[in-house]
Design a protein around this ligand. Sequence first.
Ligand SMILES: C[S@@+](CC[C@H](N)C(=O)[O-])C[C@H]1O[C@@H](n2cnc3c(N)ncnc32)[C@H](O)[C@@H]1O
Ligand code: SF4
Ligand code: SF4
Length: 428
Amino acid sequence: MNEMANLPETDLSAMIGRLQDSGVNIYGAGKIGERLIEAFRHYNIEIKQLWDVKAAEIGELSGIKVSLPPTAENAEHLETTTFVSIFAPLIAEEVKTKLADMGFAAIYTDRRLINDMMAEHCLDLDRQGAFEYDFNKCILCPLQKDDYQTCSLYDRHVVGHEVEAQDDAPLVIRSIGLLITSKCNLTCVGCNHLRDHYEKQHNVELPSEVVLADLSRFLQSVDHLKTLVLVGGESFSHRHVEKIIAGVLAEPKIGMLQIITNGTVVPKPAALALLADERVFIEVSGYGSNVGAHLVKKREVFFDRMAEYGINYRYAEFYKWTDFGGFEKRGYSEEEIRDTYLKCCFVSNDIFNGELHKCSRSAYGKFIGHIPDYPEDYVDLRRGSKEQLRERLRHYFADEKPRVCNHCNGTNTATIEAGVQKKEKVLA
Ligand SMILES: C[S@@+](CC[C@H](N)C(=O)[O-])C[C@H]1O[C@@H](n2cnc3c(N)ncnc32)[C@H](O)[C@@H]1O
Ligand code: SF4
Ligand code: SF4
């Protein structure tokens, strides 16, 4: 491996100057890649090559053609600095090793450096009076997705809800999912909330008081939660979703509220009024016409309401989903479990019925009895003192070998068509 591959770069402006002379390669044409491109363009840094294993699917990103990653036979621009913009650290390190073996001179995977580069771009815009807080962008910003950092522009946006450390080792949590109902008006095949495996009795709606009490137990043991993600099933089908939204927005330790929805259940006016808060962001998952003509019309009404109430939202059409596979034990070794977990991009840390699980598959898999109860995998939020809970949470977040991953393909595997409806619905 080349000596330069691991050099720490501490002086950002010197680095920017150097990159303006040499240009950059980027490996990874996802959200981080998109933000990096924006930052490099701001600094007039030329992007020489943009690679991704899904090049054919992506085509181009921000006007730049995406190519398949280089091989030993066709690698070029070896002297150009390469940034690996992949969120999963284990995959980023594997990529770095491969590129270094091909002879690439300087390869950066260090998230802190990549984040600093992007934050500096925003701060620079702010100094020029050209920065506008854009929820669509900031919620996807890798800096927001990091546990160790917040950003001063975010702190300014969520004023009144900033980090307040309880001790010398602050517990700042990037994101938590709040599963408030397993009910949904759809039954998608392969749904990561496992709805296509439900029997009727698995359709449950948690009382809003219970949901808020569990959340408050969690919050009293941490210092800050950057983003609370409200999910169901379909959270807008919860009869008292407005009470939950109001409770979340009133919590001083929560920065932002994101709601993931299929966009076919139109919220009531009381909920819509609350959603107009600038700390709220709605992410609408699109399943095209798979949802049926009637619900396509409902989705149009949904968008009309979003516009009418001035609500921040984004619509993303899904074509492919991950195939997590069946529930049987795979027989992975300890290292394979760790590998599966660290490469997984569905670790959503979901609270369901008083338990904090690594992902919805763990929470709902245990609930419907398809995955064994592994008490070491999750945190029972209703047990113990505030201090004990804080310790258990630290332990939980440090766990890289949850047993549930032994019952899963992980996310580095086959895909299925998104949002295909199961013929027999499991409506309550
Ligand atoms: C389970 S849904 C729940 C929220 C809401 N009902 C919806 O469909 O948006 C949460 C998110 O997970 C995505 N999702 C569900 N199953 C998936 C899978 N097998 N692979 C990838 N994403 C999946 C959905 O598209 C959605 O964006
Ligand atoms: S809309 Fe589909 S993906 Fe979302 S919870 Fe319902 S069944 Fe699952
Ligand atoms: S079980 Fe493990 S690998 Fe599967 S989705 Fe959950 S965290 Fe990811």
